[in-house]
Design a protein around this ligand. Sequence first.
Ligand SMILES: *Cc1c(COP(=O)(O)O)cnc(C)c1O
Length: 422
Amino acid sequence: MLYKSGIHFAKAQDQNDPLAHYRDKFHIPKTSEGNEWLYFTGNSLGLQPKQTKNHINQELEDWANLGVEGHFEAKNPWLPYHEFLTESMAEIVGAKPIEVVIMNTLTTNLHLLMVSFYQPTRTKFKIVIESDAFPSDRYAVETQLKFHGFDPTESLIEWSPRAGETLLNIDDLASILDTQGDEIALLLIGGVNYYTGQYLDLKKIAKLGHQYGCKVGIDLAHGVGNILPNLHDSGVDFAAWCTYKYMNSGPGSLGGIFVHERHAHDESLKRFAGWWSQNKDTRFDMRQPLDIIPGAEGWQLSNPPILSMAAIKASLELFSEVGMPALRKKSIRLTGYLEYLILELQNEHISIITPKDPEQRGCQLSIQVRNADKSLHTKLSEANVITDWRTPDVIRCAPVPFYNSFEDVFNMVETLKTVLDA
Ligand SMILES: *Cc1c(COP(=O)(O)O)cnc(C)c1O
């Protein structure tokens, strides 16, 4: 794709963008003077679709009018409510419906999945994570190791970038497995790294891990609704994600899980269960022995929060309407445009650490700031450009194809230029 400088190019791109009108379907936050923010933090908290309120109001009304009968009589009955979300969620992550369910929140789900897929023995017990793993994932893994009686200083292996580099190289994961594969039980890897924005090859990771008899899990928090992870084909054993980032489903909203079909009917897998793990036909007999639902649904514990699911339903309807391939297509252009404009500044105070290859990144670009000068981020915020700062020295900036325009990107880089020149 060829890019050009100047606002005219941005405006022309927006005019020819078949998804441009979706911006109007979202609430764009405004300053107290009524100017729209330039919002580039959909990787942290996605914006609210205008139709979300109606979906939540529907459930509030049904609760008001029906009380407990809403479980069966609500317009969208609460008892099977999660089922209304499964098909479109599965499509977004490239999975079969039996492989996906919406439940709990992300870190909780990582623990529940590790109960099943981290089954250490005295000789095969180590876990591999990225050296730059999201802190919650690291804490989850460290405490799982301790729970099973292992010392994280010996049993937690970090896959790190090479000296002087910032990105991960799959050959280094291969070397780790080559030397310690016999002792490794699990790889738990961020599919899109939250810090660098690097999108890893899930299929290669799964193949490598399985070659050494390891289970392979993927944290897809920064990938879902952003890239096309093709979870089923990738062959990973499990994955988990949240829905409040690119999935636009509201702060602290529920997460999703993927469990590969090959495990769907494996009753020997250990797990923690609750009444929502139980076969739907006998769940309300209340005195039945545990009979796990096949597939991802069998990992559910509780009857879920409908108000949060209503927000997810509202968002999924937009995703189904547009389809991930169209979003991804625009995303590649939009992020490529941001990269082009930043490189055009030729400013030595900043550099982009995210991979150049669109196949190895999603929306996000991570801009490394020389001397870790956080004031650059502060000044951008003061100019109503919303990005986020991650220590030690990165500004994360995610143009989201659903609601960011080419003009947003142009204006963002104009502001960046002004701030850098000042
Ligand atoms: C956002 C994010 C989390 C947050 O976890 P919650 O349990 O939803 O608070 C965890 N891991 C990664 C990789 C994330 O991007």
